[in-house]
Design a protein around this ligand. Sequence first.
Ligand code: PCP
Length: 386
Amino acid sequence: MFYLADEKQIKASRTTDVYFLRTVQILQAKGINKRVKMEVFLKNLPDSYKWGIFAGLEDLLRLFEGDPVDIYAIPEGSVFYEGEPVLTIEGIYKDFAPRETAMLGFICQASGIATKAARIKKLAGSKSVVHFGARRMHPAITPMIERSAYIGGMDGVATVAGAEAIGKNPVGTMPHALMLVVGDTVKAAKMFDEVISEEVPRIVLIDTFMDEKFETIRVAEELGEKLSGVRLDTPSSRRGNFRKIIEEVRWELDIRGYRHVKIFVSGGIDEDSVRDLADVVDSFGVGTSVSNAKTFDFSADIVEVEGKPLAKRGKCSGAKKLWVCDNCGNRKVTLMKEEKSMCERCGSPMRPLTVKYMENGKIIRDLPSAEEIREYVLNQVKDLSV
Ligand code: PCP
């Protein structure tokens, strides 16, 4: 019905670039069954990013489930830097060649989104950030986008399917459509309060018809204690000085005793606006800047053929492993075969971040929940700068 590839078609390599299928055809015809190691790494992070968040590993592993391959990777949610190996696949090349397109697609987009989300969350600090970007992207990938946004550090997601993917409840306020169809902000707020379950916070959209300050006062006087927050999605043509509008709303709420009412802003929010407004708002709804985050151009290259180091020009040969020092934070790349490594900076034993995830098509590790990955991300990025 729609122009999309379903899970079966992806598993059957219908979304692969045809040159991989032709390569397999040639290797089969000529009886070439060479065992290779293929490595995934990112040469350049986008913009001025200094670090990235590796995401999409779970989907990637599901893609290879049942294939005669072994996979080594850094855990999903790991911080990585330019040039570090994040994943290695070992097997007979013709057995997994057609997987390359889909495999990269899973991690390139998810890592771009998770990294952007981590940057936004870092800039927001203790203020919450909710993902509103599903509407900008193809609906078939909503769960992937929202999971990536969440594991990168966002506090919540807005769609039902996205929330299901992370095992949480969806987060939402009110659309302008409700205000317009009801015809008045306060009337719509009252109807929301009457009809919608008590567990859902009453966050009222106050930019539809009139001035944000006066609409806020009207809504606060009507709902009182029950009002959790007001959302300002002020159109750009009316924004002028958005910070001043927010400060004014805060002031008017406070002097009337509505200090408990939170201020939620949305509409075109990106890193700069989060940086500028984090001290005057409580929550951000962030859409396009996260869901449309720059994709990462991970590449997959053969680095060993039949156990011998061999790689194309511009790429270092030999399968590699990434190590971290838990004592001083130092990082190092060695050949995969190294079993231990000492930190040159502080002398402590280093820990391999690269670990085996798949043996002959079977996932051999428990995969963490989205919540666990998010915690892992937040913990790693807390001392990093954006
Ligand atoms: C919000 C706002 C933004 C949407 C969400 C996503 O929509 O208008 O445009 O944010 P983004 O600008 O960061 O992509 P609502 O106000 O809920 O939408 P509507 O106007 O349809 O009610």
